[in-house]
Write a protein that binds this ligand. Structure first.
Ligand SMILES: NC(=O)c1ccc[n+]([C@@H]2O[C@H](COP(=O)([O-])OP(=O)(O)OC[C@H]3O[C@@H](n4cnc5c(N)ncnc54)[C@H](O)[C@@H]3O)[C@@H](O)[C@H]2O)c1
Length: 372
């Protein structure tokens, strides 16, 4: 029996291609693992009305970790139009499988390291080494949304919230409500995870990202909770930043930042900004981490315009696999893999289109595998 059971979820479009390149690297590392294929993505929505079928959920209940490629997502109405005729009009509502997976398995940490590897022609500045901790299960992604808005909700908001007055006269389908729900527990555990990471990895500073001056209730709770947690880490510098100002300062002085922790939506935004500073989506690796399961994936999507061409950069997925090795406790293999990625980037002989080269997705995987 293998030491690890790993769910293998390529998904849609370029997800299949970057995962194939990643497998070349994991095989070269001789990780003692059994890879179990799981169904996820657009074809399963269209054909069965569920992009994240129960059998895949069951698979995830019985593995040590999962690697996920990318999926195609479409708005609710467009999604319904692509269902097989038998399933149309049955009230099926499309929800992103990755958002469902995060909530179902309580994968509350979205970890996104962004490092400028020397020699990467896409680096915005040399020496950038940022780590984003994004809360992954609540905030504006709680899924509590209304359109049209039920009269009962409008009546309650009219009674309880004075700023609702200008909206009260609108017809139910003329406006929409999405609830931003932050909890003390959710805020506490993501901020603690960021500080623990900083402590273990001797990082100097944690920046708490918010907009509590305007979004007083939910961001206010996040910020207050972050302050409580920070008080337990006197040796780590704590910094607080409004999301809008932070975007500006991050671009101006990225090296002033170290570990960043944010509620879900702001975390989503800054992790793409940070990824762009170290090479863009071809380098944006990530882990969705809970207390029992962790799912690792590139932060890019299925990029339909490149699907089938094997030209996109698999480094984001390969670095996500490296994060999985850390999660599994395979520190030596993780370090070897990072060194191999860094060496290929530094040498600059094998480059995919985004790096100004013409090598294929699989050639990049093979080059990294040869370095191991
Ligand atoms: N976690 C996910 O699976 C996820 C994330 C984002 C978007 N999506 C979905 O993916 C689909 C396409 O979305 P999109 O086109 O807005 O975003 P995308 O991330 O798929 O691609 C946007 C562009 O980024 C570049 N790019 C992406 N990955 C790259 C790589 N590995 N190497 C080099 N360049 C790369 C390409 O130019 C591509 O056209 C949509 O259906 C969207 O909902 C899924």
């Amino acid at each position: 029996m293998s030491k690890y059971r790993i769910a293998w979820l390529p998904g849609d479009g370029i997800g299949l291609e970057v995962m194939a390149a990643t497998r070349i690297v994991l095989d070269a590392l001789e990780l003692d693992a059994e890879y179990l294929d799981g169904d996820i993505g657009w074809d399963f929505w269209c054909g069965e009305g569920d992009s994240f079928p129960l059998r895949t959920i069951d698979l995830l209940r019985n593995v040590d970790a999962a690697m996920f490629g990318a999926i195609t997502s479409k708005p609710v109405k467009a999604a319904e139009a692509e269902l097989v005729p038998d399933l149309r009009g049955k009230g099926l509502v499309y929800r992103s499988p990755i958002v469902r997976m995060r909530q179902l398995f309580d994968l509350y940490v979205c970890l996104r390291p962004c490092k400028a590897y020397p020699g990467n022609p896409l680096n915005y500045r040399e020496g950038i080494d940022l780590v984003v901790y994004r809360e992954n299960t609540e905030d504006l992604y709680s899924g509590v949304e209304f359109h049209p808005v039920p009269q009962e909700l409008a009546d309650t908001l009219g009674k309880l919230a004075r700023p609702f007055a200008p909206f009260a006269k609108l017809a139910a389908d003329e406006y929409a409500v999405s609830c931003k729900i932050n909890t003390h527990k959710g805020s506490e555990r993501i901020v603690r995870a960021a500080f623990e990471f900083a402590k273990i990895h001797q990082r100097r500073k944690v920046t708490v990202v918010h907009k509590a001056n305007v979004v007083r209730a939910s961001d206010g709770l996040f910020l207050e909770t972050a302050r409580e947690v920070a008080a337990g880490y006197p040796d780590i510098q704590t910094d607080e930043a409004n999301i809008d100002a932070l975007c500006m300062w991050l671009l101006k002085n990225p090296k002033n930042y170290d570990v960043l922790v944010a509620p879900n939506l702001y975390g989503d935004i800054i992790s793409d900004l940070c990824a762009q500073m170290v090479g863009g989506l071809g380098f944006g690796c990530s882990g969705n981490i809970g207390s029992k399961l962790a799912v690792f994936e590139p932060s890019h999507g299925s990029a339909p315009k490149y699907a089938g061409q094997y030209k996109v950069n698999p480094i984001a997925t390969i670095l996500s696999a490296r994060m999985m090795l850390d999660w599994l406790g395979e520190a030596k293999k993780s370090a070897a893999l990072e060194n191999a990625v860094a060496a290929v980037i530094k040498e600059g002989k094998v480059r995919t289109y985004d790096m100004g080269g013409s090598n294929s997705t699989l050639e990049m995987g093979e080059a990294i595998a040869r370095r191991l």
